[in-house]
Write a protein that binds this ligand. Sequence first.
Ligand code: CTP
Ligand code: MG
Ligand code: K
Length: 181
Amino acid sequence: MSWLSVVVVAFWAMLPAYLPNNVAVLAGGGRPIDGGRTWRGGRLLGDGKTWRGTIAGTAAGAALALALDAVAPGVGDAIGVDLPGFPIAAAIALALGAMVGDIAASFIKRRLDRQRGAPVPGLDQLDFVLGALALAALAAPTWFGETFTPAVLVVVVVLTPILHVTTNAIAYVLGLKDEPY
Ligand code: CTP
Ligand code: MG
Ligand code: K
């Protein structure tokens, strides 16, 4: 595979994990997952992790995977790249894993005394990637091994923070997000 094909496959395979956090920003609000509970002097997760955002984000990511599945043969033919499909377990795991990774990061941030919205460089850009990859590896191990080759994984780890910083800056400029990170 050419390096450009590897980049395209990495981006395509991660799209169901990239969408959920952005949908959560748009759909978020309402009851926080932690119900306001505190632990060791700080909020368990904080008001930034809501049921509505999490459910909408997960549903959107999984739905995107199924939509990508439908168009993969046509798009793959047109651009000359063998695009991966998404078994249902992989579709759900990528989307849910992205949300769970982000929630786990908020748990860690609250333990580090970072208030809601405070940036933690590195964690903010990779939490959802680690969650998505870990859950996908557990839920669909064969598919995961075939899709996320070492080269694809390297591209994911390099490409994701760049995309994350860019989309968040755009969301901030558009007034959709309170902070540009
Ligand atoms: N959001 C949500 N549910 C989630 C994730 C995000 O409702 N599971 C919404 C919230 O409105 C949140 C916004 O998306 O404020 C931005 O997400 P994020 O940057 O992850 O949350 P923060 O508010 O920065 O909170 P934290 O410091 O805990 O990351
Ligand atoms: Mg934030
Ligand atoms: K986050």
